[in-house]
Design a protein around this ligand. Structure first.
Ligand code: 5GP
Ligand code: ZN
Length: 114
């Protein structure tokens, strides 16, 4: 999608601190860290949000969780714990309309979120 910031990151038009890439997804550190470890995993396909997940495209979600499983171990936060966040829509606080999963760790995270 032309004016999507995450599609531009995927195409390399905007630089990112990439930590993982395969044919389906990329993962990179969030530019505005909310925890010592804070990265995003996004599909290469432009999917707007959970609202448009369906039978045809839902396999990407399990793939993203497999990638998260690998990265949290590599980054050493798997044992202590971490949080996976998906913000959807205005009330959910979604600011980029390309589905993404935040992974936050490296500190004790409070609950409930704001
Ligand atoms: P949302 O608020 O939509 O759930 O999350 C979007 C996230 O993308 C925010 O945490 C924001 O800091 C991050 N973000 C926005 N633009 C960029 C960018 O150009 N590079 C990186 N690495 N992260 C970005
Ligand atoms: Zn996009």
């Amino acid at each position: 999608m032309e004016d999507c910031i995450f599609c531009k990151i995927i195409k390399g038009e905007i630089p990112s601190n990439k930590i993982y890439e395969d044919d389906k997804v990329i993962a990179f550190h969030d530019v505005n860290k909310e925890a010592p470890v804070h990265f995003l995993v996004i599909p290469k396909e432009h999917i707007e949000s959970v609202n448009v997940i369906n039978e045809k495209n839902s396999l990407i979600v399990s793939h993203i969780f497999l990638v998260i499983n690998k990265l949290v171990s590599e980054l050493g936060i798997d044992k202590q714990g971490y949080r996976i966040v998906n913000n959807t829509g205005e009330d959910g606080g979604q600011s980029v309309n390309h589905i993404h999963f935040h992974v936050l760790g490296g500190r004790n995270l409070t609950w409930p979120p704001g």
